[in-house]
Structures are given as structure tokens and as C-alpha cells.
Write a protein that binds this ligand. Sequence first.
Ligand SMILES: Cc1cc2nc3c(=O)[nH]c(=O)nc-3n(C[C@H](O)[C@H](O)[C@H](O)COP(=O)(O)O)c2cc1C
Length: 222
Amino acid sequence: MTDVQAFGEAERAAVYRVIAERRDVRQGYLETPLPEDLLCRLIAAAHCAPSVGLMQPSRFIVIRDRGVRQAVHEIFSAANRRALENYTGKKAERYSGLKLEGILEAPQNLCVLCDAGNERGHGLGRQTMPETAIYSTVCAVQNLWLAARSEGVGVGWVSILAPEKLSELLNIPEHLTLVAYLCLGYVDGFASEPDLERFGWEKRIDVETVVSYECYSEAAKP
Ligand SMILES: Cc1cc2nc3c(=O)[nH]c(=O)nc-3n(C[C@H](O)[C@H](O)[C@H](O)COP(=O)(O)O)c2cc1C
């Protein structure tokens, strides 16, 4: 049995610090590749995540090859051009000024997939909420993201990608769902605020505005 007591003060502070100081990183990646053991630690942290029925549905593709990353970047650029068409005026101007990926700058990318139809876990928890398989993979991504921050490694999540194009490029079988495409690498620093806040796209809201008690209350709405 492991110790059921709370962690010591310094360890608790480290957990809250890594949560607060995790950032989505799109720029400032260094060329130095991540050592193999570090990358394995990060993927192992993801693999430790909670999963519905203990099905452990997450699958990972490590991408280092520049040619492959170049092809992913082209998929991003096309999707980003289409995304821009949905904004007009000042919003469009602001959107086009945002840096929304680090696919080529980060020496390694990681594609995270979910094998949602896997029999592991024998359907426990998925009969009522089948989407929990995907949620399990999202938990894996968050584990990796936090572990990476503690190791001084930046992570950037890129969702501006056409999943069918990416699946074709990376030879992803149909039964696997694309959950996340991540850029990973050492960085020259971590910003203290989200980039989208720094560049005037959106602001964070206070936690008090998102909590209701006993039943849902619109009063808590931001
Ligand atoms: C599911 C998901 C998809 C995201 N997709 C993108 C993306 O395509 N491009 C991007 O720049 N950031 C993306 N992000 C990062 C968010 O913009 C970022 O988490 C948010 O602005 C808060 O910033 P922070 O992570 O630095 O706290 C994504 C984040 C999540 C959770």
C-alpha cells in the first residue's frame, strides 16, 4: 500500500505550480532534440492516465522526420486559411496575426490517438457514456502536458488540422480517432499568461464564475 497521507508542502506546491505554469507553446522551440529517455518518460506519464474501465485506449505516434512535419504543416496551413475565412474585420486581422502551431520549429511532434472501440475494460463505464474513451485520451494528453512542463519541455496542441488528411498522411487506421496533435520540445521560456490572452484574442475568467452549488445556476455564468 502506498502512503495515504497528503504530500509534503514542497511537493504540493510543485504540483500546483506545474498546473499554473503549464502553457500552450507555439514559438521559441530550441533545435536540440529531446533525449529518448525523456520522451519515453513523457509518454509513460500519458500512459498512466486514468481511463474508463482501465481500457487504456491512447496510442501515440512520435514524429521527428522533417518531411513528415512539413506535410503536416501544409495540412495545417490549408485548414488555417479556411478558419480565417470565418472571421471578418478586426477579428480576421487579429486571427491572421496569431501563431497557432510550432510543427516545424519543435523537433518532435506527437500524434495522440484513441482506440475507442477496443474491448479492453469490457465496456465498463462506456455503456452509458461511450465518449469516455475519448475523454480518457484527453486525460493522457494532460498528464503528458504537465509532466513536460515539470521537465522544462514545451507542448503545443494543434487542432487546426483536417483529421482525414492527417490520417491519410500518418497511415492511421479507421478505427482510431485522432485526439491531439502535439508539438514538443525544449523552449527558450514559458510565458506567464496564455498567448491568446497576451495577444488580445480572449481573456481568462475567474473560477468563482464557473462554480454552482447543489444545482446548476445561471448566476454563476461568466
Ligand atoms: C483541445 C485543444 C485544442 C487546442 N488547439 C490549439 C490550436 O490548434 N492552436 C493553438 O495555438 N492552440 C491550441 N490550443 C491551446 C489553447 O489555445 C490554450 O490552451 C489556451 O489558449 C490557454 O492557454 P494555455 O494553455 O497557455 O494556458 C488547444 C488547446 C486544447 C485544450
